[in-house]
Structures are given as C-alpha cells and as structure tokens.
Ligand binder design. Structure first.
Ligand SMILES: *[C@@H]1O[C@H](CO)[C@@H](O)[C@H](O)[C@H]1NC(C)=O
Ligand SMILES: *[C@@H]1O[C@H](CO)[C@@H](O)[C@H](O)[C@H]1NC(C)=O
Ligand SMILES: *[C@@H]1O[C@H](CO)[C@@H](O)[C@H](O)[C@H]1NC(C)=O
Ligand SMILES: *[C@@H]1O[C@H](CO)[C@@H](O)[C@H](O)[C@H]1NC(C)=O
Ligand SMILES: *[C@@H]1O[C@H](CO)[C@@H](O)[C@H](O)[C@H]1NC(C)=O
Length: 266
C-alpha cells in the first residue's frame, strides 16, 4: 500500500471514530439536558431516544444538526418553551455547539463562571428574558467567536467586564433591563443606548457621562459654603469684639508714648 493511501485510511479511521464518539456524547448531552430541566409544557419530553436511527436527534424540537443524518448538534434553540431550572451545564458535552438560545423561559441562578471552557465555539448566546442572576462572567470574554450576546431582561448585577472589549466580532449585544452598574466598556459603546437601558447604575457613552467627577466636586462646594458662612460670622464677631476692646482699653492699641498721653486725656 502506498504511504498516501495508508495515511488516508488512518485519517478516515480516526475521524470516523471521533465522529462516533462525538455523536454518542451529543446524545448523552441531550439526555442530561432533558433530565436537568423542569418542562411544564412537555416539549423536551417529546424528545424520544428509543428510535436511534442516524440523525434521529436532529428531528427533535429545538435541535439543529451539522448534517441531517449525523447526530452532531450545531445549535439548540429552546426559546419560549416555559423551561425552568439552572443553566444546563450538561451542554458542555454537546461539544460542537455553536448556537444556544434559552430566551423567554424561566431559568434562574448564575451563568457559569467557566462558560467559555464549557462551550468555547459559541457564535451566538441568547439568555434574554429569564431570571439569571449574579455577575456577568468575565470568562465570556474568552468566547472569541461570539457574534451575538443577548442578556437583556434578567437580574444580572455588578459591572459589564471591561475585558468584553476583546469581543471584536460582536454585532449584537444587549444587557437592557438588568441591575448593572459602572462604565460601558469601550468596544461596546458602538451599540445604541437602548441596549443598555433600564440599568440604574450603567454610565458612559452611549449613556450619560459617569458621575465620578461631579461627585468629587459636590462636597468641596458644600465645604466652601460652610467656610464662607463661618468666616463671615467670625469677621462680624471679631469686628464687635475689636470695637468693644478698643473703646474700653484704647491703650492696648496705641504704642506711641505721645499718643498714649493724648488718649488718656480723653
Ligand atoms: C424511527 O424513525 C424513522 C425516521 O424518523 C421512522 O421512519 C421509523 O418509523 C421509526 N421507527 C419506529 C419504530 O418508531
Ligand atoms: C459529560 O460526559 C461525561 C461522560 O461522557 C460525564 O462523565 C460528565 O459528567 C458529563 N458532563 C456533564 C457536565 O454532564
Ligand atoms: C416562573 O417560575 C415562577 C416560580 O418558580 C412562577 O411563579 C412564574 O409564573 C414562572 N413564570 C413563567 C413565565 O413561567
Ligand atoms: C475562563 O476561560 C478560560 C479559557 O476558556 C478557562 O481556561 C478558564 O478556566 C476560565 N476561567 C474560569 C474562572 O473558569
Ligand atoms: C481569557 O481572557 C482573559 C482576558 O479576559 C485573558 O487574560 C486570558 O489569557 C484568556 N484565557 C485563555 C485561555 O484564552
């Protein structure tokens, strides 16, 4: 056998075994996602793992595959299904996932702090309209392929990590309607203010200027007022005291002997 052919066979063998491994993983991944979520609408319960033909999971609601005959998941679109629970960390075993949409459900709890390690190839992540809480993980800045990041209408708090300025491929970004504060990272200032609206503490372009400089000035102005008040009262008191003292003890103020004699005569 020629070396080229041997190489080709080896390559096919390796890639097919990795594919089998990959698809087994993806099926296990979906099974544990199904188990981990409360599903009052019963949509996930319609995922039937009994009839396991090639690409059978690709016909499940919300599942999109790389190829219709191969159990390898490209994206999961589980928006608006009434799902409840925590962020499904089992998704890390759907290792070829590039899109995840969990929007308009009833998810709660934190976004995993190591989300980039769990799903490094995501190009789109939509967690909007849920009840996710806690900080926005800085780790999202390692998801370098992200085009879309929708986090609007959750209960996320803290700052938008400044490292998000590394997400140069972002074309859609929204954090409106959370509990965020602090400055908008430079790269994200190109998005319109509506994508940041409804967060009491966010500031900087495209929103209002951050108020730190103004806060620094206000107490000084108040202090100046106080100093002015005190000094004018002090001046008035000093004037009265000085006048009284000068009237009754004029010799204290007159140094010249000749003048002193004159003053005493009065
Ligand atoms: C299994 O799925 C295939 C394709 O969806 C379908 O044609 C076949 O009837 C199913 N078999 C059973 C036993 O459900
Ligand atoms: C991923 O799959 C492996 C086995 O294939 C399993 O041991 C592990 O618990 C799974 N991870 C998650 C987060 O479900
Ligand atoms: C979300 O869950 C809470 C209780 O956990 C429930 O009161 C609320 O109605 C749910 N909302 C939706 C949209 O399902
Ligand atoms: C953040 O992401 C990197 C790379 O994806 C990963 O190695 C690291 O463990 C993550 N950090 C945390 C706190 O999980
Ligand atoms: C993850 O991103 C941080 C910056 O946010 C960077 O310092 C770090 O090197 C990245 N880690 C990996 C493994 O890419």
């Amino acid at each position: 056998m020629a070396d080229d052919t041997k190489f080709l066979l080896l390559f096919l063998l390796l890639s097919s075994s990795s594919l089998c491994f990959g698809t087994e993983q993806d099926i296990r991944c979906l099974k544990s996602v199904q188990r981990s979520l409360a599903d009052p609408g019963g949509v996930l319960r319609s995922w039937d793992f009994e009839n396991d033909t090639d690409g059978y999971i690709c016909r499940f609601t919300g599942v999109e595959c790389w190829h219709p005959d191969e159990n390898k998941i490209l994206s999961l679109r589980l928006g608006n299904l009434g799902l409840q629970g925590q962020f499904p960390v089992a998704l890390q075993n759907c290792s070829s996932l590039t899109g995840l949409d969990l929007s308009n459900n009833n998810f709660s709890g934190p976004i995993p702090q190591d989300i980039s390690r769990r799903m490094p190839y995501l190009t789109s992540l939509d967690l909007s309209y849920n009840s996710f809480s806690g900080l926005i993980p800085q780790n999202i800045s390692n998801m370098t392929y992200l085009n879309l990041l929708n986090l609007q209408h959750n209960q996320l708090s803290g700052q938008i990590p400044s490292q998000f300025s590394l997400l140069t491929r972002l074309t859609t970004f929204n954090v409106a309607g959370n509990l965020l504060s602090g400055p908008v990272p430079t790269l994200l200032q190109k998005f319109s203010s509506s994508n940041f609206a409804g967060n009491q503490g966010l500031c900087g372009s495209p929103l209002d200027e951050c108020s730190t400089p103004r806060r620094r000035w206000r107490p000084i102005r108040i202090r100046l007022h106080r100093i002015n008040d005190q000094s004018s009262i002090g001046a008035a008191v000093g004037f009265v005291v000085g006048f009284v003292v000068a009237f009754y003890f004029p010799h204290c103020f007159v140094c010249s002997e000749r003048l002193r004699a004159y003053v005493v005569r009065i």
